[in-house]
Design a protein around this ligand. Structure first.
Ligand SMILES: Cc1cc2nc3c(=O)[nH]c(=O)nc-3n(C[C@H](O)[C@H](O)[C@H](O)COP(=O)(O)O)c2cc1C
Length: 254
């Protein structure tokens, strides 16, 4: 996958829910399968599995009827849902660069047979196919997102944080907050209370992984080296009522 194209897709992608029902040709499906095998993990020691399934293997499809779906499974280990958000967002951006539409799906579910076909835990679906609606946004103003000032108190890293700001999230909850400085960005998540966990909050960690992937692409776009670490004690003034997720250490090369 071309990371420059993936970065550009951050600023124009959108969730596609209206698809041409014609299946994608087999060569293209093979390329998609190959890409699924080469996704970069955030945490290398977590086993993951991706299956391309058909519409008759998906239940609870509400306003989404695509010719193909990816079912994502993971070993249940620390931060596994964050890792899955980080990985599968690579496909969401990739589809957008190749003229295909896609949408993360937390409500639709694969059939029991599909779930039982993996030893790993089912995490989420992603629909994909040829779009029957406009594929791309033309400006950042078309994204329904919180302003940067609501998601960070960092000054001097707007170019990086803008990429995270535009990330998709379940029910568009945008549960991220960033502290630190332009060299060390700490990522936090809202906590999902009982009610919130019933509506979208269960996907908070997946959303965080998506935003972290956008952040990583942005640092690379600006030619910066980056490394994720997981150490809450690194942040000397953590925000109250938020959960620590990860720290991105950035080396400014220019
Ligand atoms: C983990 C996750 C689960 C989602 N689940 C659904 C879903 O079940 N149905 C749906 O129509 N959209 C779903 N979405 C898409 C979000 O509603 C969408 O990303 C958000 O509203 C922002 O819009 P955008 O993606 O067009 O920028 C999900 C997104 C994420 C990240």
């Amino acid at each position: 996958m071309n990371e420059t194209a993936l970065y550009d897709a951050i600023f124009k992608r959108k969730s596609i829910r209206d698809y041409d029902q014609t299946p994608i040709d087999s060569n293209r499906l093979e390329e998609i399968s190959r890409n699924l095998q080469s996704l970069k993990p955030l945490l290398a020691d977590i086993k993951t599995e991706f299956k391309i399934i058909s519409p008759n293997q998906v239940t609870r499809k509400i306003n989404n009827n695509a010719p193909h779906y990816i079912a994502a499974f993971s070993e249940a280990k620390d931060a596994y849902k964050i890792n899955m958000g980080f990985m599968l967002q690579q496909m969401d951006l990739y589809f957008s660069t190749t003229g295909l539409g896609s949408c993360w799906l937390g409500i639709p579910q694969p059939t029991k047979e599909v779930k039982e076909s993996s030893n790993l835990e089912f995490i989420a679906l992603m629909s994909f196919g040829n779009p029957k609606e406009t594929l791309h946004r033309t400006s950042a103003s078309e994204f329904h997102r919180k302003p940067l000032s609501d998601i960070t108190n960092i000054e001097g890293a707007n170019d990086l944080l803008e990429a995270a700001r535009l990330a998709p999230s379940a029910v568009n909850l945008q549960n991220w907050y960033f502290t630190g400085n332009k060299n060390t960005i700490h990522a936090y998540s809202s906590k999902a209370g009982f009610l919130r966990s019933m509506v979208g909050g269960g996907h908070f960690p997946v959303n965080m992984g998506i935003a972290l992937y956008h952040l990583k692409l942005a640092t690379e776009h600006f030619g910066m080296k980056n490394k994720f670490i997981f150490d809450p004690s690194k942040d000397k003034s953590p925000p109250k009522n938020l959960e620590y997720v990860a720290t991105l250490e950035i080396e400014q090369t220019s």
